[in-house]
Design a protein around this ligand. Sequence first.
Ligand SMILES: C[S@@+](CC[C@H](N)C(=O)[O-])C[C@H]1O[C@@H](n2cnc3c(N)ncnc32)[C@H](O)[C@@H]1O
Length: 308
Amino acid sequence: MSEQRPEEPPVPDADIPATPALPSLKQALARGRQLLGARSGDDASREASFLLTGVLGTTVGEAALQGDRRLSADEWDEYQQRLARRARGEPLQYIEGRAAFRQLLLRVDRSVLIPRPETEQLVEHVLDWCRGKEALVGLDLGTGCGAIALSLAQEGPFESVVAVDISGEALNVARVNASEAGVAGRVDLRLGSLFEALRPGERFHVIVSNPPYVAEGEAVSLPEEVRDWEPAVALFAGPTGMEVISEIVEASPGYLRPGGLLAFEVAPTVADPAVECIRKCAVYGEPRVAHDLAGQRRVVLAELGASR
Ligand SMILES: C[S@@+](CC[C@H](N)C(=O)[O-])C[C@H]1O[C@@H](n2cnc3c(N)ncnc32)[C@H](O)[C@@H]1O
């Protein structure tokens, strides 16, 4: 017969480890500031607040009014994961999965470049050129998440925009964005390298591109957040930075309608070579270079001669 075990004494309540209290919004923000301080410096507070409101699905103003409300376990868990990603250097837009561009809030992930304010300016220049025109047909080369093509379809007098990318993953993101923006019926997404995906005889009123334009040797001078997180195929053009631009400038006359516009973004360092390349083709009017908000030469525009 087995020995009978003495009954275990009841454990007093005080010995049960208490579930650690979940933090209030104010405490969670303080924790975020502390965690991000080393990497983000003066931006730590803004970034912690951005990440927390992303988890809560509130605005910063709404969150400020609820400083004493406690996070749920799921919210705290998700917030801590996002803080850890940011502390490792991941861009906020990838963590949030969204990036603002003109009138759009686009989905982004690591298969696409995060659209930039400079590119919003490129779109503005194209829209200026479109003023007073109707039923245009556009081509966006290297569409990524679709920022340029979708903005043109949404804001400009475009009947249709063909949007090309060499990355199928990027096109999947652009497809979701086109559908969410309500322009999927007018944006034709195609997989291929530059003009490869076009059909014989296709001609456009506007060809626009924010192509890869960083020279491979310049990788070391890029901010870590760009170099380590954004897709290399979106950034690097080749040894000089001019490789993709030259191809676009030289081939576009075969796809532009007479008097059509070629507009593309450049690194300030390749603005001169890009202008030279356009002049050398001898089929465009004199190119114009526009500056970004920081005063850098950023956009090149040229019209194809009207007589072609
Ligand atoms: C600088 S990103 C621009 C993305 C987007 N248009 C924007 O402005 O945010 C360049 C894009 O070009 C695509 N790309 C690179 N080489 C290409 C090629 N040869 N043909 C088509 N797309 C290309 C990349 O996949 C990337 O999406």
